[in-house]
Design a protein around this ligand. Structure first.
Ligand code: ATP
Length: 293
């Protein structure tokens, strides 16, 4: 009787867990291939947003407009920074560029083609996204980096890790590249996780690189090494970044200043800085100012 009671308890827990798992499995993706979408090859990396308005669907018929009539030109192979106070719409804009969602109005194009006319299978591999929080799977460091290109050899993974200034600390872990990380594995610092995510991006060798606050969870002592690694990663590809670090923004060819979902100004950082007080203060005082806003 005691055992039966315990079995019943286990079954009830399994039913509850199963419901949650199926809820996730049954989730549908709003972003799908539209009829007639074509694969894109030989991507150059020129991105343009034309009069883009975007509103988040809050459910119950309500929505919230966070970008209004935004037009942005991102030339192929150039580095473009999106700057502006917290909540101005920078991350939302990156999400539109990689087509995590579609604009409510206007269009986003890659090499002149509307993203909606390109198959997701050919579009997504062209991008790598490095975010402020790096998600690590409960697997070895090797597998976590290889996620950037599953068929990569150990030598290729190590080369990517070296470029990301990660090889040295990985070799010092208890089992080197075979050390398990994530929830129950070795705990890595914010800077170490970030270097793993940069190594992933190196390995996937994307045409377009999107960086969303890539140094925000990094300790001051590893920041310079990470900025140098990001600089190497940005070479020879289109890069769009948001950053509270003036040192990263001033390495960009163009800057767009956003406020409340609108573009206030744009141009080379040094020129825009002369006429835009916010950018001038930002480039002078940096992180604290942007975070305080
Ligand atoms: P930060 O510098 O703090 O990252 P940001 O400039 O990147 O800010 P976004 O994250 O794009 O700004 O957010 C723009 C606005 O959209 C904010 O007001 C935010 O609260 C809102 N927002 C962001 N994500 C969602 C969502 N999934 N649903 C509803 N509103 C959202």
């Amino acid at each position: 009787v005691y055992s039966l009671a315990r079995v019943n308890d286990m079954v009830q827990k399994a039913i509850a867990a199963g419901r949650r798992v199926f809820e996730v499995l049954d989730e549908t993706n709003d972003i799908t291939n539209v009829p007639g979408a074509k694969a894109i090859n030989n991507i150059n990396g020129k991105i343009r947003l034309t009069d883009v308005t975007f509103a988040y669907d809050l459910g119950g018929g309500k929505n919230r407009e966070v970008l209004s009539d935004v037009s942005i030109d991102i030339p192929a192979g150039k580095r473009v920074a999106l700057c502006g106070p917290s909540g101005s719409g920078k991350s939302t804009l990156l999400g539109l560029i990689v087509r995590f969602y579609d604009p409510t109005k206007g269009a986003v194009t890659l090499d002149g083609k509307d993203l909606r006319s390109i198959t997701l299978e050919s579009l997504r591999p062209a991008f790598a996204l490095v975010q402020q929080e790096t998600f690590l799977f409960r697997q070895s460091v090797l597998e976590n980096i290889r996620y950037g290109r599953p068929e990569a050899t150990l030598d290729e993974v190590r080369e990517a890790a070296r470029a990301a200034a990660a090889d040295e600390f990985i070799l010092q872990l208890p089992k080197g590249y075979d050390t398990e990380v994530g929830e129950r594995g070795v705990r890595l610092s914010g800077g170490q996780k970030q270097r793993i995510s940069i190594a992933r991006a190196f390995l996937s060798d994307p045409r377009v690189l999107l960086l969303d606050e890539p140094t925000s969870s990094v300790e001051p002592d590893s920041e310079n090494a990470i900025i140098e690694a990001i600089d190497r990663l940005m070479t020879c590809r289109t890069t769009v970044l948001t950053s509270h670090r003036p040192s990263l923004v001033s390495r960009c060819d163009l800057v767009y200043v956003l406020e409340n979902g609108k573009v206030l100004d744009s141009g080379p950082p040094e020129l825009v800085r002369e006429r835009n007080e916010w950018l001038d203060r930002f480039l002078r005082s940096g992180y604290e100012l942007a975070a305080a806003n």
